[in-house]
Design a protein around this ligand. Structure first.
Ligand code: ATP
Length: 482
């Protein structure tokens, strides 16, 4: 099936939404090319993804009868290819072929080392060259200077809703309004992303689509990260995939793992990609075992860049899937917050940083599966709630047993404590109460203290039973008492 981004790509410049100013300049530039000398031989279209840059090039070529030679700046052989077309263009004209328009996409990926040579080619060019970039400031200076800059605006949510409605009408489909607005909102100005989402929602399993959208709510950026890994074979770009992703590498590894067979179709490419993630997995394991988390860097490089260069991507519409094996995926918002609250309790109760706490939680899961008695001790020690206990086990029966044991243990501990401590006091109150107590004691003792001699006082101190100073209870105390 043709991806909708292709099916509904505007064929004429007039169909491109909300980029009038840019289009006016593009038109003026091509007219200058055709009727004499343009001020600059190349054009640099700069703007956010999915705002219509590529669409402009093809619509322009269609209207002015050019053949588009599309090159990608991150291709190693870009220079060679440009050279070939720049040189060959004139001869082709004589032979009556269509004029060529060279389109160099991802100009922000041109290596600085090759920039001078490409700039020279632009000088020699007998055909129009259009370049596109998301970040024009990352286009090498030598090339920027040779090109006229045309800026593309980020499309508004309204623009996107309009475009999506047009597609739905053409497809004779409907989706609920709130879902439509949600898709437009999530796209953050990227109409390509919005159209891809719309296709997923409208033609896919509706429940599946809802789940994907719901999950995006939690992990908005994971799909973008996958896009970077699977969207190009540019290792540099792929390595940035995890920059904006608030996810542990082992979790992202599962996402990459799940999607490899949907993106790579040839068996040797699939094998190469899996080889890369298996290496990543080895580094992750080593980091966990040794506590040397600097190894994550290599793991991340393997699971992003290593996978990205494993082969040629499937063209067109790529739908990403959440990993089936990831239990966390089934988690609702509530479960995620349970996970976070357990982590917090581990961090404060056991004086750990987040990474250690995550590791400890894995160990706790094993304990909660296999040693219910010890699990009950942990429950009391960390002050876990019933739902948190259930979260740490896969089996509700075991969770029930642990909870029962924990309640009994808590009762026993209460009985062991002096009466006045029985009432559980909210944390904030404790300090106030402690201060009050100190004041009262001081007042009461003031009179006697004054009369006592220093050596008498010292003797009394020695004889006095040691005050319970709230020695920090450690986990080992609990395990030991068992
Ligand atoms: N301004 C627009 N008007 C109409 N359709 C648009 C517009 N911008 C994007 N689209 C739609 O989104 C899809 C992607 O757009 P396009 O390929 O032109 O993006 P781009 O700006 O080149 O993005 P990138 O920088 O990621 O390459 C197109 O198929 C087109 O259907």
């Amino acid at each position: 099936m043709l991806p909708w981004v292709e099916k509904y790509r505007p064929r004429r410049l007039s169909e491109i939404i909300n980029q009038e100013q840019a289009l006016e300049r593009v038109r003026a530039w091509i007219e200058a090319w055709l009727h004499g000398r343009p001020k600059k031989k190349a054009l640099l279209l700069a703007g956010p993804p999915g705002s219509g840059k590529t669409t402009t090039v093809y619509a322009l070529a269609h209207e002015y009868r050019f053949e588009v030679i599309e090159l990608n700046a991150s291709d190693e052989r870009t220079y060679e290819k440009i050279e070939r077309y720049v040189q060959a263009a004139y001869t082709m004209d004589i032979l009556g072929k269509r004029r060529k328009l060279i389109f160099l996409d991802e100009a922000d990926n041109i290596e600085p080392s090759g920039a001078k040579e490409i700039a020279k080619l632009i000088d020699k060019a007998k055909n129009p060259i259009i370049m596109a970039a998301n970040k024009y400031w990352e286009v090498p200076r030598e090339i920027r200077e040779k090109a006229e800059l045309v800026e593309y605006k980020r499309l508004t949510q309204r623009d996107i809703v309009k475009a999506l409605l047009r597609i739905l009408k053409a497809e004779r489909l409907e989706i609920p309004k709130d879902l439509l607005y949600e898709i437009a909102k999530r796209a953050s100005g990227d109409l390509r992303a919005a159209i891809n989402d719309l296709q997923t929602v409208a033609i896919g399993d509706y429940e599946d689509a809802k789940a994907i959208l719901a999950y995006r709510d939690v992990e908005k950026t994971v799909f973008q990260a996958l896009g970077l890994v699977f969207g190009s074979d540019n290792a540099k770009k792929a390595k940035m995939a995890m920059w904006n992703l608030d996810m542990m590498p082992d979790e992202f590894l599962l996402w990459v793992d799940e999607n490899i067979p949907y993106i790579y179709l040839r068996s040797e490419e699939v094998a190469r990609a899996y080889d890369a993630i298996s290496r990543a997995d080895i580094y992750l394991g080593r980091a966990t075992r040794t506590g040397n988390y600097s190894l994550w860097k290599y793991a991340i490089d393997m699971m992003t860049a290593g996978v990205a260069v494993a082969g040629t991507k499937k063209r067109g519409f790529a739908k990403f899937y959440p990993p089936k094996s990831l239990k966390m995926l089934a988690e609702s918002k509530e479960e995620r917050s349970l996970r976070d609250s357990i982590l917090k309790k581990i961090m404060s109760g056991m004086h750990m940083g987040k990474l250690e706490a995550i590791e400890t939680m894995k160990i706790l899961r094993t304990i909660f599966e296999n040693n219910l008695e010890l699990a009950a001790h942990f429950t009391v020690f960390l002050g876990l709630g019933e739902k948190e206990v259930a979260f740490l086990t896969t089996d509700s029966e075991k969770a029930g047993t642990i909870w029962g044991k924990a309640l009994a243990l808590r009762r026993k501990l209460k009985e062991m404590r002096p009466k006045e401590e029985e009432r559980e006091i909210p944390e904030g109150e404790i300090e106030e109460i402690e201060e009050e107590e100190v004041e009262v004691e001081e007042e009461a003792e003031e009179g006697e203290e004054k009369e006592k001699k220093p050596e008498e006082k010292r003797r009394e101190e020695k004889e006095k039973p040691k005050e319970k100073k709230g020695r920090q209870v450690t986990l080992f105390d609990f395990i030991g008492k068992k």
